[in-house]
Design a protein around this ligand. Structure first.
Ligand code: ARG
Length: 303
């Protein structure tokens, strides 16, 4: 039997897990077919931007690679952007640069930039290799996409804010049938490498591509309510102000919601954000009920 066979038994174990997980959640094939038709009709560069934190690559690599290879096996080509927070913490600490942040941004002394580059490149390759091990095709693009401007060299060191994205590497990978896996190394107009925050990188990419779906893959797999239970869906038009006024929406949750609102405000109403975990990505994308949190910009009902 060949790798190309659609039979689950012929797929590598992580891809098989994604298929079995999806099948076990379906009442009939109709929903899945509907979503597949909808996603396939899009220009594939505009199907989805998937953001993966560095912690997921450490802790849930197999499920992640399996989910990405599975999407590829059904002809979908998401663009993946990954961070590398925990990996940078370890590597920079070892190189004598303990973690220091200002306004959530990692201070990156110029001397640390070599270690940042090597670490993020290694994280990038690790994910690419894992996708390939699952029979998927993936292109390693650790840098070369995000044009950036130094934010405040004195205060933050080599930390950049994206000022543009170059899509040629992404398009070349897509044309070759490879899933583009992007790292967040930016470069300045004068060719200096800078550290770019992964959320800012996603924002720049989303602005340029106007994707139909944005997916955040996290360990928690959803936004959580006051009781710690997953919230299935949020309609920003009706829910945003209440959520922002709620005393339990603090810290990380507040920032995440603000970030999601900022992303969706820049996109057509048909676009949406999903927060889920790698093992549930297929269910989130291909079923109505999903698995995780779906956020839409939504419209207010006329009163
Ligand atoms: N499959 C659809 C999508 O990805 C709907 C997902 C619904 N998800 C949810 N958590 N309520 O757009």
């Amino acid at each position: 039997m060949t790798r190309e066979s659609a039979s689950p038994a012929a797929q590598p174990a992580p891809v098989r897990a994604a298929i079995v997980q999806l099948l076990s959640n379906m009442r009939d094939g109709k929903e899945i077919r509907e979503y597949l038709t909808r996603f396939s009709a899009l220009d594939q560069e505009r199907f989805a931007v998937i953001k993966v934190g560095g912690a997921i690559i450490e802790e849930d690599l197999e499920a992640l690679a399996g989910a990405l290879a599975f999407l590829q096996s059904v002809g979908l080509a998401p663009i993946v952007v990954h961070g590398g927070g925990p990996q940078l913490n370890t590597a920079l600490e070892a190189a004598g640069f303990p973690e220091q942040r200002v306004d959530g941004l990692r201070i990156t002394p110029p001397d640390a930039m070599g270690a940042v580059r090597d670490t993020l490149t290694a994280v990038n390759l690790k994910l690419v290799q894992a996708v390939r091990d699952c029979g998927g095709r993936a292109a390693a693009i650790p840098s070369g996409v995000f044009e950036a401007e130094l934010i405040d060299e004195v205060k933050l060191g080599r930390v950049g804010e994206p000022s543009g994205v170059r899509l040629d590497l992404v398009a070349a990978a897509a044309r070759a049938g490879q899933a583009p896996i992007l790292g967040c190394l930016g470069d300045t107009a004068d060719g200096r490498l800078v550290n770019v925050n992964a959320d800012s990188a996603v924002r720049a990419l989303v602005h340029a591509l106007q994707p139909y779906k944005i997916v955040f893959l996290t360990g928690t797999g959803a936004l959580l309510d006051a009781q710690g239970a997953p919230i299935s869906a949020i309609n920003l038009a009706t829910d945003h102000d209440d959520l922002m006024a709620a005393d339990w929406v603090t810290g990380g949750m507040r920032l995440k919601l603000q970030e999601i609102k900022r992303l969706l405000d820049d996109l057509p109403l048909s676009s949406s954000v999903s927060i889920t975990r790698p093992s549930e990505l297929a269910k989130e994308l291909f079923t109505h009920a999903g698995a995780g949190t779906l956020v839409r910009r939504g419209e207010r009902m006329l009163e």
